[in-house]
Design a protein around this ligand. Structure first.
Ligand SMILES: *Cc1c(COP(=O)(O)O)cnc(C)c1O
Length: 451
């Protein structure tokens, strides 16, 4: 039985897919935080290049991938699709389990799929410097690699607790030539306000976003770059699902279930949006599942409402499943899944009933990840392990019903820089958190009131 499905470079997708072209109802637009009117291109221009703003708003189904970007993609794309026969056996399931592996990129995750085009379009428009935020450091490292490739400067605000506890991704960012400042910092008005409020603050993604946005908004030559949540990021990641579709065809299967973990929603969008498009256009009956931590359950317990993307309330309002912009998550190990909101496109898909959402606690996720590492070899990122917990659940359902369903999941990255988390799990010291529903109701009172 073949277990590896490689695509040759000449079959790599040459366009990104835009699910907005196929949604049966239009996506609610972002709103200007002051006027509460739909934000236009000019409102976003201080932060993003016009090419990306247009991608944000376009109804076109396909967006051509610039040749320079395709050339860089080819350093690690197309990524392999694997079948997981040893894990299937360990799970004693009749299900066929396939996974797309994004850990083969230089940064070790799917994030360079969007960092490279974002750096490219900014460079094209004469921008010389980018700012961004990073939690555990995956996005900061992916963007620093891309900026280095295009000869651009990058300033990364890294959540303080991760800056202190996760030195190796910080070292990667330095190796790729970018500057890193622990957030909250005294280098911005927003940061100084957070510190005045709590001098010992260990930071959050929402705070680091406020700092990075402020620097971009107040400097002509500087733009801001976001690694998830926004529409253009979702489009860029669809190279994952488009390749997977070809590879599944090569393997002679079509998935009954597609699964991805969801923090801001980008790798989930990447693997699933092309399959959702096929569901809408061709009536395919694929179950599509977004998986999040029980400690940060925006899709399963959050409110679908307009909210800010950051703590400092500087960003446009996005209609999304949110736990409140001032949400401070428990210190779970899946740093990349600790964002209070969700991509508007993923939220919209859930609202329309095109996808389902599940939440798992971290011990269940690490249990699945360790079993996977011991059978298939690859050590998954703690974020990706959430997808694995859902696969275990779906495989168990197949065992109960005796159905040999085909399950496809995205293995968004490897866990080589997260071994301290594995140590904690293996020594029985990992705590499970479930976010209390009352807290969500409290946060709702502090959300912007949009009519
Ligand atoms: C950042 C990250 C995530 C979460 O971000 P999404 O935008 O939801 O994909 C998931 N997995 C890995 C490996 C990451 O680095």
């Amino acid at each position: 039985m073949a277990t590896k499905y490689f695509l040759s470079e000449d079959r790599m997708p040459t366009s990104w897919y835009n699910l907005n072209s196929d949604f049966p109802a239009p996506l609610p637009p972002p709103l200007h935080p002051g006027t509460l009117q739909p934000a236009g291109p000019d409102d976003l221009a201080p932060l993003f290049p016009m090419a990306l703003i247009m991608q944000e708003m376009t109804p076109e189904r396909y967006i051509e991938i610039p040749e320079e970007v395709q050339d860089i993609y080819k350093l690690w794309r197309p990524t392999p699709l694997f079948r997981a026969p040893h894990w299937e056996k360990a799970l004693d399931t009749p299900a066929k389990i396939f996974f797309k592996y994004e850990g083969v990129s230089p940064a070790g995750s799917h994030k360079p799929n969007t960092s490279v085009p974002q750096a490219y379009y900014n460079k094209q428009e004469g921008i010389t410097k980018l700012t961004t935020e990073t939690g555990a450091g995956q996005w900061g490292s992916a963007l620093s690699m891309a900026c280095q490739m295009f000869g651009m400067e990058l300033l990364v605000y890294m959540v303080k607790i991760s800056y202190q506890q996760k030195p190796y991704r910080r070292s990667m960012i330095h190796t790729w030539g970018a500057e890193v400042i622990p957030s909250p910092s005294d280098t911005t008005n927003a940061g100084r306000a957070f510190l005045a409020n709590d001098p010992d603050s260990t930071g959050s993604l929402g705070m680091a976003i406020s700092e990075a946005v402020e620097v971009a908004a107040t400097n002509e030559d500087t733009h801001y770059s976001l690694g998830s949540v926004l529409n253009h990021v979702m489009h860029h990641q669809t190279v994952i699902g488009q390749e997977a579709m070809e590879q599944c065809a090569d393997a002679g299967v079509y998935p009954d279930i597609v699964i991805g973990c969801a923090g801001g929603g980008s790798n989930f969008a990447g693997i699933s949006f092309p399959f959702i498009g096929a569901k809408i256009r061709e009536g395919k009956e694929t179950r599509i599942i977004a998986v999040e931590p029980a400690a940060c359950p925006s899709l399963t317990k959050g409110i679908y409402a307009y909210d800010f993307g950051d703590v400092g309330m500087l960003t446009p309002l996005l209609k999304m499943h949110t736990l409140g912009h001032d949400f401070v998550p428990a210190g779970i190990h899946a740093g990349g899944l600790r964002y209070h909101g969700m991509a508007p496109m993923v939220s919209h898909a859930l609202q329309l009933g095109l996808i389902e959402a599940e939440a798992y606690t971290q011990n269940a996720c690490f249990k699945a990840a360790v079993q996977f590492a011991r059978t298939e070899g690859i050590i998954p990122a703690p974020e990706s392990s959430h997808a694995l917990a859902s696969v275990v659940n779906a495989a168990e359902q197949c065992k109960q019903s005796g159905e040999a369903k085909t399950i496809l999941f995205n293995l968004s990255g490897h866990g080589h820089f997260d071994m301290a988390a594995y140590d904690n799990y293996l020594s029985g010291n990992l705590q499970d958190y479930a976010y209390p529903a009352e807290k969500v109701a409290e946060a709702q009172a502090r959300m912007p009131q949009v009519g």
